[in-house]
Design a protein around this ligand. Structure first.
Ligand code: AG3
Length: 282
């Protein structure tokens, strides 16, 4: 394993701005059938997973993203039993989903088995629940998987990478129509929806596509310091339940979950949007 001391990694956005992290040690570097995979140890953020040059998670701040993509929908749906996670082979989202006792089965549809393998090997803090018997790992393109499953999921979580290369389809209308059909009549879909500061050309069309599909479509926010701009967004789409009106607050308190970011006040406050973002997704 090659060890290079003290180099700076920069993730660039649109070739004009970036996020720079000082690397302590290269842990893994390789190319799968789908992408360039890097795992590095960094001084500030600890272990970091980088796919195609873009930071997917770091040991220090992954909790904000993974807690928020999971607990907002799972504490809104009255009885989430069947959950599908698309992408997210690192296991971070599954780890949070497994904290919910109502979940009978969570399926993980990940296209790239090497991401799962290397996360299990080097990123145990996120991959720790991938062997849970309630988890079924499906090595398949999530777009194909949802196409062939109808009306069976309570919650679908889209833990997608940026819309580049094979992931472009995860931001297109056809895919969301398939997700809509894969959900039950009262299902909820949540997806990561990029940076409202840096990715406006992605955010706007995404929210436009989703508007006619789901009666309830809202954005919520969380800080992820290691992602470009540090402010990240999620899209909450629902056929029946509203994240504020149907919030299962008592269940959250009763379960006494160990969360580091998510709590009662955050569940509600995350949906408060500044004016420029309201305009962006209007
Ligand atoms: N999913 C990718 C989030 C997008 C990050 N984008 C970026 N750094 N430009 C995260 C996977 C974690 N389970």
């Amino acid at each position: 394993m090659a060890i290079e001391m003290d180099f700076w990694f920069t993730e660039t956005v649109n070739d004009i701005v970036g996020n720079t992290i000082k690397v302590k040690e290269r842990i893994f570097s390789g190319r799968s059938e789908y992408q360039e995979i890097e795992i590095v140890d960094t001084y500030h953020y600890g272990r970091t997973l980088i796919l195609e040059g873009s930071v997917q998670l770091t040991e220090k701040d992954e909790f904000t993203y993974h807690e928020m993509i999971s607990h907002i929908p799972l504490f809104t749906h009255p009885n989430p039993e069947r959950v599908l996670v698309i992408g997210g082979g690192d296991g971070g989202t599954i780890r949070e989903v497994m904290k919910h006792p109502t979940v009978i089965q969570a399926q993980l549809a990940e296209i790239d088995p090497l991401v799962i393998e290397k996360s299990k090997q080097f990123l145990p803090f996120v991959s720790c629940e991938l062997e849970n018997p309630r988890v079924e790992i499906i090595i398949q393109d999530g777009m194909q998987y949802v196409k062939h499953h109808k009306g069976i999921f309570d919650v679908v979580l889209i833990d997608s990478p940026d819309p580049v290369g094979p992931a472009v389809g995860l931001y297109q209308k056809e895919f969301f129509e398939d997700v809509h059909k894969a959900l039950k009549d009262d299902g909820i879909m949540v997806g990561q929806s990029e940076s409202p500061f840096f990715d406006q050309t992605i955010v706007r069309p995404l929210y436009t596509i989703l508007k006619p599909l789901f009666p309830i479509r809202k954005m919520y926010l969380a800080p992820v310091p290691s992602y470009p701009s540090g402010l990240w967004s999620f899209v909450f789409c629902s056929k029946r339940y509203d994240p504020i009106l149907h919030y299962r607050l008592e269940d959250f308190h009763r379960l006494n979950l160990k969360t580091r970011y998510y709590n009662e006040a955050i569940h509600q406050a995350a949906f408060a949007l500044p004016n420029f973002i309201q305009e962006l997704i209007a």
